[in-house]
Ligand binder design. Structure first.
Ligand code: PSU
Ligand code: MN
Length: 293
């Protein structure tokens, strides 16, 4: 069998020359956001990373390979229809030549394999509300894989306090970027404390370096969304209450789609904006990390 990992020339060059490289996931393109928001989130995140002097490394399974660094045409293939690929699905998706959109867990794996340590997304997975047995593989991956994940917290549809307890048990630092509270995706406020506050890219880079030097694996850098959606919590509660007849990986896309409907699309625009904002800050921190003496 051929080597499953395929790194684009641009990403390989950037890694070889020490430019900041930021990984991006594609589950947001394949499942998380409807068109045209899905491609907009992907392309604008890539543009933001380039604007900050970095190189985007978007991850997916295509043509039997785990690809790191995609073309616009690759992204369009994923937007046209892809299976959701978490860490346990990587082998099957590769061997079956599926078009696979990678979650945070699977993207962290790919990033680590490629030697990329910074990764931006919207929200990480966690423990579902009312279904504590439904725990995202993102949590376990954060406990084992040495990649820093920049996000606006966990997905709004999750049980945040329980998700944070799990991260604590797994030894995952949760840094609040210019905030003391873990953001709640569409809002800066959740009432849950982070494990440490950071205020600049340099300080974030130093804490990440010292965490890795002392045995930490994954880190979460939680960044408040660039705007507030005041009624988000109410709409999410409604969507959760209405949910029937779906389970497992279908739960997230269904709930997010309903919140989008209930908010007349406001959640979608904010979702795109916060992903792009996270990509921008991740690039600044990756640059600061590269510059540490
Ligand atoms: N956050 C969102 N939308 C998403 C996701 C996160 O706002 O679609 C995706 C991410 O890829 C995350 C995944 O890793 O959902 C988690 O899914 P699960 O709970 O099935 O592990
Ligand atoms: Mn799940």
């Amino acid at each position: 069998m051929s080597e499953p990992l395929q790194i684009s020339e641009e990403v390989a060059d950037a890694l070889a020359t020490g430019r900041p490289v930021v990984a991006l996931e594609t589950s947001i393109v394949g499942q998380g956001l409807p068109p045209p928001h899905n491609l907009r989130a992907a392309l604008e995140s890539e543009a933001a990373i380039r604007h900050e002097g970095g190189v985007p490394a978007t991850v997916a399974v295509l043509d039997g390979r785990l690809r790191v660094g995609l073309s616009d045409a690759d992204l369009e293939r994923i937007a046209a229809g892809a299976v959701k690929v978490s860490s346990r699905d990587l082998g099957a998706a590769i061997a079956k030549c599926e078009v696979g959109a990678t979650t945070v867990a699977a993207t962290m794996r790919a990033a680590a394999m490629a030697g990329i340590r910074f990764f931006a997304t919207g929200g990480i997975g966690g423990v579902h509300r009312g279904h504590p047995e439904d725990q995202s593989a993102d949590l376990g991956e954060l406990g084992t894989t040495q990649v820093a994940v920049f996000c606006a917290g966990a997905k709004i549809i999750l049980d945040l306090p329980v998700t944070l307890e799990r991260l604590e048990s797994l030894g995952v630092p949760v840094l609040g970027y210019m905030c003391d509270e873990f953001p709640a995706f569409y809002s800066a406020h959740s009432g849950c404390p982070v494990s440490a506050r950071v205020d600049t890219p340099e300080e974030t880079a130093r804490i990440i370096e010292a965490s890795w030097a002392t045995g930490a694996h994954g880190l979460v850098v939680a960044i408040p969304p660039p705007a507030e959606m005041e009624d988000a919590e109410k709409l999410v509660e409604l969507a959760v209450k209405e949910l029937t007849g779906v389970s497992g990986p279908q739960v997230t896309p269904r709930l997010l789609a309903r919140v989008a409907e209930l908010s007349d699309g406001r959640s979608l625009d904010l979702n795109v904006d916060l992903v792009v904002n996270n990509a921008r800050i991740a690039t600044r921190v990756a640059g600061a990390y590269a510059g540490l003496a």
